[in-house]
Design a protein around this ligand. Structure first.
Ligand SMILES: Nc1ncnc2c1ncn2[C@@H]1O[C@H](COP(=O)(O)OP(=O)(O)O)[C@@H](O)[C@H]1O
Ligand SMILES: [Mg+2]
Length: 322
């Protein structure tokens, strides 16, 4: 599996040569692994040692991907973030709440016979019983069609939506830095419970008018949840499937940025349309495992750095703040 490369680290650490990265790795008693003479990568645990040695604090966040519109990239970006963050040595739990189980399948996991979140809610199953280890730093709580009953169960139990997620995750939460949650495109009780238990909601939008409608609808719902349940969480909007050749893409982007409340929450990264997303799914791999370096690897890397706070950390370091 591909990971963070020594040259990724030179760009992240800034003002340091490749030799400098090797030297720092040696100081942490680590060495890059090689796939071939030309492709080297650094173990997640070694990336972590290196970054923590430079005073980077790994975040502790529950992140949910939500928007009522389907097909904007919730699952693809949840998968991308979970995978890429794990390359950086972040301990990730990915939770699939969508009965379609697309996130589960992205990890090449067949969970048809596995316990899922429905069993956590209905049968009080310990979430540990559901979790599958995808890699050392990446665990998955999968989904399957059983979760179609989830909302009925949550409703019939008159559950405490506000605290449900944090309560259910309590026994395992300290084992992870990030909990990355993929949700179905719906306004329902379970999504409300996920929102209440999230620190950050990421809303992927595409450059088309329907996605912007979906965004406004979702933002209104998030505001409603904040008021009704007296909870606090942040939200960020990310452009996905951007294609510079489509002139209208730019038009919709300007449209979105015109509203100051929307613009304030727009992540400063754009994820381009790239056929390697589909190629990777077809091969049951991450785009980082494909032999050719693609534009989307850079976009996902930037997206992940932004969410982890690595870009801000780099800026602060360069400005001498940290
Ligand atoms: N940046 C991208 N480039 C190319 N295809 C993409 C990109 N993002 C998503 N897709 C494709 O778009 C489709 C819908 O994405 P998905 O993540 O399943 O959306 P959602 O979970 O919001 O319904 C999938 O077939 C996925 O492979
Ligand atoms: Mg999806």
């Amino acid at each position: 599996m591909a990971h963070v490369t020594p040259s990724d680290l030179t760009s992240l650490l800034g003002g340091i040569t490749l030799q400098g990265v090797y030297k720092q790795l040696r100081q942490h008693e680590a060495a890059p692994r090689s796939l071939s003479n030309r492709r080297r990568w650094v173990e997640p645990a070694d990336v972590r040692r290196l970054l923590e040695g430079r005073d980077f604090t790994y975040p502790h966040l529950n992140i949910a991907f939500q928007i009522v519109k389907g097909g904007t990239g919730k699952t693809s970006l949840a998968y991308a973030l979970a995978t890429r963050a794990s390359h950086y040595g972040v301990r990730v739990l990915a939770i699939d709440f969508d009965q379609q189980g697309n996130l589960t399948r992205s990890f090449n996991v067949d969970a048809r016979e596995r316990p899922v979140w429905l069993h956590v809610v209905r049968d009080r199953l310990d979430p540990r019983e559901c979790i599958i280890e995808v890699s050392e730093t990446l665990h998955l709580l999968p989904s399957n069609l059983n979760n179609s009953r989830l909302d009925i169960e949550v409703t019939s139990r008159a559950s405490n939506l506000r605290d449900m997620l944090r309560d259910k995750l309590e026994t395992i939460r300290s084992s992870y830095d990030l909990v990355v949650m993929d949700c179905p495109p719906a306004i329902n009780k379970m999504n409300t419970a996920v929102t209440c238990g999230a620190d950050l909601i990421i809303i992927p939008v595409n450059p088309d008018p329907y996605a912007i409608d979906g965004l406004d609808f979702t933002l209104a719902e998030l505001d409603r949840i904040k008021v009704e349940f007296k909870v606090r969480f942040d939200h960020q909007v990310v452009w996905n499937r951007y294609d510079a050749r489509e002139r209208l893409g730019m038009v919709y982007m300007h449209e979105l940025a015109k509203s100051p409340t929307r613009a304030a929450h727009l992540l400063p990264v754009v994820i381009r349309t790239d056929t390697s997303v589909k190629n990777a799914i077809f091969q049951a791999k991450s785009v980082f495992d494909l032999p050719k370096r693609s534009a989307i690897q850079d976009d996902i890397d930037q997206f992940t750095r932004e969410i982890l706070g690595l870009n801000q950390w780099k800026e602060d370091k360069q400005a001498g703040v940290a």
